[in-house]
Design a protein around this ligand. Structure first.
Ligand code: GRF
Length: 191
């Protein structure tokens, strides 16, 4: 079993999907022991607390990575899941966890990804381009944003009348929440 931290910044619905999957026994190689947020107000911290998982807020300043590195070493963390974590990690930090950090991105990479494509912007861009299929991708994190090896993808239909908000919800429900626990288990079982 791998000792895993989830890094979050916001609502934490993907974190919830992970906690629920663990509760159902669907991730036998995953032990979610720690949640770290760079946003004190993140609802994700509440979700962690409710699930009985340690939640830690680390101030989003220049010392963030130093503090995170110390905490992860203290807790003996093996693998990192980025689930709506709104901060780019440095190449140095990533090197220490090479091949052991995954991220979920709400599009089919290489479409609508990289710098500036986050949150609703991704879905706005998909609608503006008129794609009929979008989806989500879980990839290994490397120094270049959204450019690491792809671990898993799931397609989702774009429907007539979709707004960015409606599409975002569908992508979360049909792709992100289903796939992230599966991808976490897949990688944890390989490490
Ligand atoms: C998700 O759409 C995820 O793909 C993206 O940020 C959003 C986070 O949502 N990276 P939540 O905090 O998990 O609800």
């Amino acid at each position: 079993m791998k000792n895993i931290v989830v890094l979050v910044s916001g609502g934490g619905t993907n974190l919830q999907a992970l906690l629920d999957a663990e509760g159902r026994g669907e991730m036998p190689h995953v032990d979610l022991t720690l949640v770290v947020s760079n946003n004190e107000k993140a609802y994700a911290l509440k979700r962690a607390q409710e699930a009985g998982v340690e939640g830690v807020f680390i101030k989003n300043d220049g010392d963030f990575e130093t503090r995170l590195t110390e905490l992860l070493a203290e807790r003996g963390i093996d693998m990192i899941i980025l689930a709506g974590f709104m901060r780019i990690l440095s190449a140095d930090f990533i090197k220490d966890f090479e091949g052991r950090i995954i991220n979920i991105h709400p599009s089919l990479i290489p479409s609508f990804c990289g710098k500036g494509f986050y949150g609703l912007r991704v879905h706005e861009a998909a609608l503006a381009r008129g794609v009929k299929l979008t989806g989500a991708t879980v990839h290994i994190v490397t120094a270049e944003a959204d450019a690491g090896p792809i671990l898993m993808q799931k397609a989702v239909e774009v429907l007539e009348g979709d707004t960015p908000e409606i599409l975002q919800k569908r992508v979360m429900r049909e792709a992100e929440w289903v796939m992230l626990p599966r991808a976490a288990e897949l990688l944890a079982a390989q490490l």
